[in-house]
Design a binder for this molecule. Structure first.
Ligand SMILES: NC(=O)c1ccc[n+]([C@@H]2O[C@H](COP(=O)([O-])OP(=O)(O)OC[C@H]3O[C@@H](n4cnc5c(N)ncnc54)[C@H](OP(=O)(O)O)[C@@H]3O)[C@@H](O)[C@H]2O)c1
Length: 315
């Protein structure tokens, strides 16, 4: 069962990370549902400010700005990402952990009724070589232990419906380029569309059974990596040049990137390493879709549509 626009429009929302990929979709969807929305913006101005949305300036390290932003708010939807590889490693602790704690404290102190938080699939304190995941795991736990009710979402790879990533991969396959994957072909693909993630975040406070719990999100109908690349083969008419390497092979590459302080590469390799070491199956998205009233696309059909389009455009 889905939730109606009227149900969604009840109460006052605060959306943080409002200029980001996810936050901007959340703000637009709430505004379109007729909700009262306050959007926390940090250093970036929104591309197109939406009429009816109250934009306030603040930051996760500025507790006064968070206290002010939470005043009169019922529902907080937290969509910040520190972008620490580009902006500075100190932000992992200062924003991913402490900043989220600051927001949780401000929400609790202001009597906010529920906070939905984007974390990441695989967030775990074990991954010391990639401190973003331990920081997020600690922040998630802080929310679950806080006075304010919370729901933590841990999405896998977040993709937009335009299919840029799949198109780039299709071009690589068509040109015979090599694709290197660390880990096993039997591992589950765990993508989630940004607009569906936004719906999970928006609906979270409406589903009491989801309070004080964590949900891993993503997974195109239990498609494995091998099935994913087979779909490229079937619909592009080219056998993808995919090599599966042991995940241990990443370690030296990641350590070299760290020595060179090439943090974007080091972080990308760290994420791949964690993905390659993942042992958990794809989450039960059909169950979650029903629980949160989210209509989900069939990923396989969507991918086939993108690949057909790539093929037609090339012919
Ligand atoms: N990309 C993926 O595939 C993926 C997968 C799983 C989970 N995630 C997580 O999903 C979340 C959202 O990702 P996204 O791609 O939608 O975000 P994004 O596009 O990177 O945007 C991040 C937002 O956070 C804001 N922000 C950054 N530092 C801030 C601070 N100190 N105080 C307040 N706001 C701040 C940014 O505003 P300014 O630019 O103005 O600073 C921006 O609006 C992140 O936590 C990310 O780690 C991402």
């Amino acid at each position: 069962m889905g939730f109606t626009q009227e149900e969604i429009a009840q109460g006052n929302y605060l959306v943080t990370g409002a200029t980001g990929r996810t936050g901007s979709i959340v703000v637009r969807k709430l505004r379109d549902a007729g909700a009262t929305v306050r959007a926390l913006v940090h250093t970036t101005r929104p591309d197109e400010p939406l009429s009816g949305v109250e934009y306030v300036t603040g930051g996760y390290e500025d507790t006064d700005s968070l206290a002010a932003a939470c005043q009169g708010i019922d529902w907080v939807i937290a969509c910040v990402g520190a972008q620490s590889a580009a902006r500075g490693l100190h932000l992992i602790e200062a924003v991913e952990y402490q900043g989220t704690v600051n927001l949780t404290e401000a929400a609790s102190a202001s009597g906010v009724k529920h906070m939905a938080l984007i974390s990441v699939r695989g967030a775990d304190t074990r991954w010391s070589f990639y401190p973003v995941y331990p920081a997020k795991a600690r922040a998630d736990q802080h929310l679950l232990d806080a006075p304010v009710a919370g729901t933590v979402f841990r999405p896998g790879g977040m993709i937009d419906t335009g299919g840029d990533l799949a198109r780039r991969m299709a071009q690589t396959v068509r040109s015979g380029g090599a694709v290197t994957i660390y880990g096993s072909p039997d591992q589950a693909m765990v993508f989630i569309f940004l607009d569906e993630l936004a719906d999970y975040l928006i609906h979270a406070h409406l589903e009491r059974r989801a309070y004080n719990d964590t949900f891993v999100l993503g997974g195109p109908g239990n498609m494995t990596r091998a099935e994913y690349w087979k779909t490229f083969q079937d619909h592009l008419g080219v056998i993808p040049n995919v090599r599966y390497l042991p995940v241990e092979d990443i370690v030296a590459l990641r350590e070299t990137a760290e020595k060179e302080q090439n943090w974007p590469l080091a972080h990308q390799l760290a994420r791949e390493e964690i993905g390659g070491r993942a042992t958990s199956p794809a989450p039960p998205m059909d169950v979650y879709g029903r629980l949160f009233g989210v209509t989900q696309r069939d990923f396989r059909q969507w991918l086939i549509g993108v690949l057909r389009d790539v093929r037609q455009t090339a012919e």
